[in-house]
Design a protein. Structure first.
Length: 406
């Protein structure tokens, strides 16, 4: 249905009664944590950005020597290959136009944006930024064909914080690329675990960066999209939870862009986000990992994300925003994707359906993390995030209504 603001949103009442713990026993597993191996977010840094981040006070400790040892050589390699790519592709990239409106997938971390991103990009009419391109954005056009072959044997089969499969050719968050290209990203937090306030300004970059820094950030995003466009010739679907803080800026850059916002039970989102932070921080730290409870930082992030999105979504032209419930998408991916295509006036749903049908069995078999629930903690989180429970129509975690829904 359409809201008063002209935003399309799932009208299925099942989304309004989903419990906080929606997993079935078959689809649960203990919270997953595994190693990324030698891969960290910092392997794609050039020398200039590496020194910039170090100059901001990045935390380093000798115990991380195996990770630190890789960075200088990789930074030199990235700097050289970036120059080579500039020589080879500078003219073509200048001439490349982003004429086809991009699609931005928004939503707080652990809201289901990866599932949604993977579903949309199964449609052959769209392109996306690959894992390799996000890791090595400065020279991906030049090196992707051989670089991914060399590194593939060392790449884990799943992400460290969950059971989502990874591959150098799979869709990935463009925020990783923006992080190594500019050094202005919330994904620098693993390097500033004990001084997170230094990173606050990198969420809403339009307000946090000075004009010169903001232009650098915009140029990096444009360059990345041009590289994907040059390679594929297709409209780009971009997914990064951090873009949920930047709706206004993205609209200024791409006035005709389409936006899909996904939301999930706030309590489940909170629990999963805490686990996500702990895992990502440990796997990408170059200093000592933070041992303190991360709950407050996650709650602050959720509140800011919600506030900025609700403030700026009214700027999106009517018919260019669709809001979708994760639980309903999980229960009926084909039906929800059809609604999405209809409401955003995207043609070609039959091609998407043809691509998704073979994936349905694996989607049903996917095992999500299972977390222990503390009643008092559930109550505290509900009171803190009650605005989101009310906005999205979820019952309090552990309530009689929720138990009946289960």
């Amino acid at each position: 249905m359409l809201t008063e603001e002209g935003v399309s949103i799932s009208s299925n009442p099942a989304c309004q009664s989903m419990p906080a713990n929606t997993e079935t026993p078959k689809g649960e597993s203990a919270p997953k944590k595994s190693s990324q191996g030698p891969f960290t977010l910092w392997l794609g840094l050039k020398m200039s950005t590496m020194f910039k981040i170090a100059g901001q006070g990045a935390e380093i400790h000798p115990s991380r020597w195996s990770r630190l040892a890789l960075l200088p050589g990789m930074a030199v390699y990235n700097s050289v290959m970036s120059l080579i790519e500039d020589i080879r592709y500078a003219k073509k990239l200048r001439e490349t136009k982003i004429d086809q409106p991009p699609v931005f997938v928004l939503g707080h971390w652990r809201s289901g944006s990866t599932l949604l991103h993977n579903l949309i990009t199964s449609d052959p009419q769209f392109s996306f930024v690959t894992l390799y391109q996000t890791m090595f954005p400065w020279h991906c056009l030049t090196t992707e064909w051989f670089g991914k072959k060399i590194a593939a044997p060392f790449l884990p089969k799943t992400r460290p914080m969950d059971n989502v499969s990874i591959d150098f050719t799979f869709p990935q968050e463009d925020e990783f690329a923006l992080c190594v290209m500019t050094g202005y990203s919330p994904y620098l937090l693993p390097l500033f675990q004990h001084q997170p306030r230094k990173i606050d300004r990198f969420f809403d970059v339009q307000s946090g960066l000075n004009p010169e820094e903001l232009q650098e950030w915009k140029d990096a995003l444009t360059l990345l999209m041009k590289k994907v466009t040059l390679k594929t010739g297709k409209p780009v679907v971009l997914k990064s939870p951090s873009h949920t803080f930047r709706t206004k800026l993205l609209l200024e850059m791409f006035p005709n862009a389409k936006f899909v916002y996904i939301y999930r039970n706030p309590y489940v989102c909170f629990k999963s986000s805490v686990h996500f932070r702990k895992t990502i921080f440990e796997e990408n730290a170059l200093g000592l990992a933070q041992q303190e409870d991360m709950s407050e930082e996650v709650l602050k992030s959720y509140e800011d994300c919600f506030r900025l999105y609700e403030r700026d979504k009214v700027l999106i032209p009517k018919g260019n925003l669709h809001e979708i419930c994760y639980e309903q998408l999980e229960a009926d991916p084909l039906g929800e994707m059809q609604k999405l295509y209809q409401n955003l006036n995207i043609s070609g749903y039959n091609n998407l359906r043809e691509a998704l049908v073979p994936q349905l069995a694996s989607l049903r078999e996917y095992k999500k993390n299972k977390f222990n629930d503390d009643p008092e903690r559930m109550r505290q989180i509900y009171e803190r995030l009650k605005f989101a429970f009310d906005r999205y129509g979820y019952p309090p975690p552990g309530s009689e209504v929720e138990q009946a829904a289960a």
